[in-house]
Write a protein that binds this ligand. Structure first.
Ligand code: Z5A
Length: 208
């Protein structure tokens, strides 16, 4: 049985990752291909508990502790959900993965990028394709304000932090062009979805 493809969606808050992950998983399903849509931090009952700790605005974590919590949640998610699905031939679409740790805890909070890469190596799974949705932090804020939900711990971080995160995602995409594609996310939802489908067809050879 052929292994499934592992596709991740990355980018700043409100860039449209959840929307596009849903649409992409829908396109796989419509083509009759087995697909699992999941997210980070989260994706298992234990990792969802870690997510709640990470997003709770009443808690404070040092950057290293925060990195390790994301790593712990990811180790669970990969071992119990993502790797078994891929090995069973199911394609996996994941809303955020290891590039988010590099962008947020590394570029954003100043954690050592080499140490984060070492942690990723221990977990030992890299995406086949990463779609990085690129949106200016000011536009992200506008979208989230329009959505109207309360701010989690990350959404309370300031504009300078989100500018570093955006620069980080751009740098990561430039460093790994064979895996990553930077997608302008200010365009309308259908156009962004079209670019994503084009990338999946061209890079993974799938007929969606
Ligand atoms: N985090 C981390 O620090 N380190 C890590 O390793 C990992 C994560 C894995 C997870 O929170 C937080 O964890 C995240 C980083 C951190 N926090 N931040 N920032 P989350 O999952 O709750 O937050 P998020 O990933 O940023 O998701 P989000 O806020 O829901 O954004 P999104 O998924 O990118 O966007 P969306 O929900 O699809 O769309 C947002 C709104 O915009 C919504 O009303 C849509 O209808 C609208 N939208 C979507 N696309 C468009 C277009 N193209 N045009 C106009 N409007 C649009």
């Amino acid at each position: 049985m052929a292994r499934g493809w592992f596709i991740t969606l990355e980018g700043g808050e409100g860039a449209g990752k959840s929307t596009q992950a849903r649409r992409l998983a829908g396109a796989f399903a419509a083509a009759g291909l087995p697909v699992l849509a999941t997210r980070e931090p989260g994706g298992t009952p234990a990792a969802e508990r870690v997510r709640a700790l990470l997003l709770d605005p009443a808690l404070a974590w040092t950057p290293l502790a925060e990195t390790l919590l994301h790593g712990a949640a990811r180790a669970e998610h990969v071992a119990r959900v993502i790797r078994p699905a891929l090995e069973a031939g199911t394609h996996v679409v994941c809303d955020r993965f290891a590039d988010s740790t590099l962008a947020y805890q590394g570029y954003g909070l100043g954690c050592d990028l080499g140490a984060i890469a070492t942690l990723a190596g221990l977990i030992g799974l890299a995406p086949d394709l990463t779609l990085v949705l690129d949106l200016a932090p000011a536009e992200s804020k506008r979208r989230l304000a329009a959505r109207g939900a309360g701010a989690d711990r990350y959404e309370r971080l300031g504009t300078a932090f989100f500018a570093r995160v955006q620069d980080g995602f751009r740098a990561l995409a430039a460093q790994a062009p064979e895996r990553c594609l930077l997608i302008p996310a200010a365009e309308d939802e259908t156009r962004v979805a079209g670019r994503i489908l084009d990338a999946v067809r061209a890079r993974l050879g799938l007929s969606l």
